[in-house]
Design a protein around this ligand. Structure first.
Ligand SMILES: Cc1cc2nc3c(=O)[nH]c(=O)nc-3n(C[C@H](O)[C@H](O)[C@H](O)COP(=O)(O)OP(=O)(O)OC[C@H]3O[C@@H](n4cnc5c(N)ncnc54)[C@H](O)[C@@H]3O)c2cc1C
Length: 309
């Protein structure tokens, strides 16, 4: 038997986008429930976040995530820590379903972020299932101590992962398809100066094998086959919006947003958004304030003495 709940606003996601929106809504006296697999989101993977105002020395991604986790608790946000399996719209209500819980709401914020792209080669799935290949460093880090790690990718995330492991792994190799990177110059410089990080160019992964606790990457280098053997591999070849659990109606609204909707997509889940914490937070704040305005215009202030800031 599922738990059945009713609320004004459901927010799906526990990253900066939904956390910001949740705090703004609750401060405005709106009844909300935040549903997420976990709290913190993608920023937990970041080595050092240096572009957030207020942190002159930068902040470790995991520490930043923990700080807004505390803030949600302090603000009294009701949280359901479960994975959303489906979301549907019936009339003017939204139904959000997990395995255990069903929540009906008048407004729905979707801030489910992005998911890593896969290489799509033989052996990838098996290596992932056997704990030798990871997409998120947050999950991999407990296995990287003094190990020889391969990082497949060529952008900010691949470089950030390598720097994150600089003082943990024995050796890290960035394995990239071409000989140029799209990574930030500051990250390139740090990788260049790191003694235990090497960069391999123009390698295309063809197949992945597991043998004797090692992971073997079979690759093509200008028409020649070469092999690299590692203890563990991280794949960081890009990310895509995470909205596969939406019904067809809601996917159509995701692709063609309606001006008068009560459904909002915030943060990295949006197509073409620059994927940054401050943009996700700004999205969350903006739609929270729009929603408060809509609700108060229709129903008057929520929470007698509360003010909309
Ligand atoms: C290695 C790395 C370094 C980065 N460094 C920086 C940086 O220095 N500066 C910066 O500004 N940005 C950085 N970013 C980007 C930043 O992490 C994202 O822009 C930001 O986290 C987006 O926030 P969000 O709330 O939109 O989504 P996310 O943080 O991705 O949160 C999505 C949330 O939704 C939940 N969720 C997903 N699907 C479901 C479901 N079906 N049911 C329930 N819950 C679900 C997840 O568990 C998660 O809590 C970095 C990213 C990476 C990977």
């Amino acid at each position: 038997m599922k738990n059945k709940l009713i609320t004004k606003v459901v927010l799906i996601g526990g990253g900066p986008a939904c956390a910001t929106a949740a705090i703004q809504l609750i401060r405005s006296g709106i009844e909300i429930i935040l549903v997420s697999k976990e709290i913190g989101g993608t920023i937990k993977n970041a080595n050092l976040v240096e572009n957030l105002i207020g942190y002159p020395e930068g902040v470790v991604g995991l520490d930043f995530a923990k700080s807004f986790q505390l803030q949600l608790i302090k603000a009294g946000v009701s949280t359901v820590l479960e994975e959303v399996l489906s979301v549907e719209q019936t009339g003017n209500k939204y139904t959000t379903k997990t395995a255990e819980t069903e929540i009906i709401s008048e407004y729905l914020f979707i801030g489910t972020g992005s998911i890593p792209k896969k290489l799509d080669v033989e052996g990838e799935e098996e290596s992932f299932l056997k704990g030798k290949l990871f997409y998120e460093i947050y999950n991999a880090k407990q296995f990287t101590d003094k190990k020889d790690i391969g990082i497949i990718g060529n952008g900010d995330v691949a470089y950030d992962y390598a720097l994150n492991l600089q003082n943990i792994a024995n050796k890290t190799s960035i394995i990239r398809r071409n000989d140029k990177t799209s990574s930030l110059p500051i990250l390139q410089e740090r990788v260049k100066n790191a003694e235990n990080i090497v960069v391999h160019n123009k390698l295309v992964i063809k197949k992945i094998l597991l043998k004797d606790d090692k992971i073997i990457l079979e690759m093509d280098e200008d028409g020649n086959s070469i092999t690299i053997i590692k203890d563990l591999v991280l794949v960081a070849i890009g990310r895509k919006p995470n909205c596969d659990f939406l019904s067809d109606d809601l996917i159509s609204e995701y692709n063609n947003p309606k001006a008068d909707s009560r459904l909002y997509f915030i943060g990295d889940v949006n197509k073409n958004n620059f994927r940054q914490v401050s943009i996700a937070m700004g999205d969350g704040m903006k739609v929270a304030m729009e929603t408060v305005k809509k609700i108060t215009e229709k129903e008057g202030y929520h929470g007698a003495s509360r003010k909309v800031w």
